[in-house]
Design a protein around this ligand. Sequence first.
Ligand SMILES: [Zn+2]
Length: 94
Amino acid sequence: MTKCPFCDAELVEERREIEKGVWAMVEVCPNCKDEWIDEAEHDRLVGLFKRKTFNLGGSVAVRIPKEIADALSIGAGTSVDFTVRDGKMVISKV
Ligand SMILES: [Zn+2]
């Protein structure tokens, strides 16, 4: 069992919704209420939100992770809009 580095209490594992429909396992201190995330879960989340583009025909494509697509109810054939602002692209369901 992992202990809180501040108060030495035993951490309790909980499933937390970090974004709408996207869940992560965190360890919570029952005293401090601080939340900790282990390295494997951290790496899983980085992999979930960090993607690499690839060529698809004459276009550049990016895969949407299933967990995020499910959370947003996006599937093959879903109509989306692009917004480009301040060098960032936002994809929204129509
Ligand atoms: Zn603590």
